[in-house]
Design a binder for this molecule. Sequence first.
Ligand code: S3P
Length: 439
Amino acid sequence: MRKSVITQGFSEPLKGEIIAPPDKSMSHRSLIIGSLTRGKIKISNFLAGADCLATLEILKELGCEIDFLDKNTVILDAENAYNAPKKDLYCGNSGTTMRLMAGLLSAQKFKSTLSGDLSLSKRPMRRIIEPLTLMGARLKSNDGKAPIVIEQGELKGIEYRSPIASAQVKSGLLLAGLQTPNGATTVLEPHLSRDHTERMLKFFGSNIQSFTKEGLYGVTVSQSTLIPKDLNVAGDISSAAFIMAAAAIIKGSDVILKNIGLNPTRTGLIDVMKRMKANIDVLNCDLVSNEEVGDIRIQYSPDMEGCEISGDIIPRLIDEIPIIALLATQAKGETIIKNAGDLKNKESDRIACVERELRKFRAEIKGTDDGFIISGKNSGNGLFLGDTEVECYHDHRIAMTGYVAGLISKKPCKINDFEWVETSFPDFLNIFEKLKGNF
Ligand code: S3P
C-alpha cells in the first residue's frame, strides 16, 4: 500500500537513547550462510525488513524451516536444505538476495530462477553472472538483468580479479567456492568491500583466508563443512546513519545509539563525520559473533565543515552517501564526493535522484559522473524552506534522506511512497517519534 509521510517543519531536538535497528547485510547472511551449515541455529536481532524477508522466503522454498520466536529472533533449521523450488525465487527489491543466492544456487543440482521487482530487474547482474560462469556455472539472464535462470553446472575454483569493490559479487563467488570440490576460489578487489561474509564464514568454522596482494584485497575460500552455532546480528550503521545525521543537524539534539555494528569496512561515515567536525563519540566497543559492536553518542554539530570523500573510503560508506550529501548542505564550505559511480546502480540512480530531490529543498548540489559537488551553509544552503514533495524511486534511502531534510525545513514536506522504508528500517518513524519525545 502506498503511504505518504508529512514532516511538520523545524523539528524539536532529538534526545535519548535507543537501540540501533538490526543490520540488513548481516541478517541476509545469517540466513544464507546459516543454511549452509545444514543444521539448526538461533539468530538473534534479525532484521525483519522486506529485503531480508525475501531471502527468508526463498530459503523456505528451498526446504529450510524458519520460525520467529519473536519479532527479531529466528530459528533456522536447514537439515533438509536444499530442495528444487516449485516456483520462481522472488528477491523483491534486494540486490543482496539476488547476487548472493546466485552464488549459492550455482552449486546445486537443480534448476532455479531468481526474479525481482521493477527496480531490481533494472540493476546490472553481469557482474555476478560473468565470474560464476567462469567457475563453470550455467546462468541465463535477460541481457544481463533479472530474471536469472540457473541450471546445474560443474563448478571449479578460480582466481577472479573483480573490476569493482562489491561485497555482493565477492560474497556470491565465495558462497559458490565454498561448495566447490574442485580447487580453491580467490576473489581480488580494488578496494576492500564489507567483509561480513568472510567473518561469518570464519565464525561457522570455514576454511577462508584474507590477504593483500599487488595493492589488491584478496580472499580465498575452499570447500568446507560449516558448524551450526547461534548468532547475534549487530545494529545497522547504515540505518543508524539517518539518526546520526539528523542529530548532528537538528538544534539541541543529543542521542545515544546502542549496539551499532562497527566493522571497519562499514564505519566510513564515522570517519567522515569526525573529519567534518561533528560532535560524535564511539563508546563501549565489544566483539559479538565475530563483528565489532559499540555505542555512538552524537550531539548537535553547528560547526561542521565540508570535506573531500574519495578512494578507499567509498565502499566503507557507499550506502550512506545520500544522507552524507544532506549533511554536506549543512556544513561550511564545499564537499566533493568522487569515485562513487556505482551509486547509479543502486535501488535507484542515487546520483541523479539525490541531486533532484535535494534541489527541491534549494540545496546547491551538483551530480557528477562519479559523485557530487555540494556547497554548504556559507552559500545560504543551510536554510531549507521545505514546502515540497519528495519522490523516492523505489529507494528506501532516498525516502529516509527526504524525511531528514524535512526535519530541518521551515515548512512541512511530503515524502511520497514511504512504504519503501520497510525494506531496511521498519521502525524508522517510531524511533524518530520517540527521539522527538512524542511517546
Ligand atoms: C551490500 C553490499 C553493497 C551495498 C548493499 C549491501 C551487501 O552493494 O551497497 O546495500 O550486503 O553485500 P555492492 O556489493 O553492490 O557494492
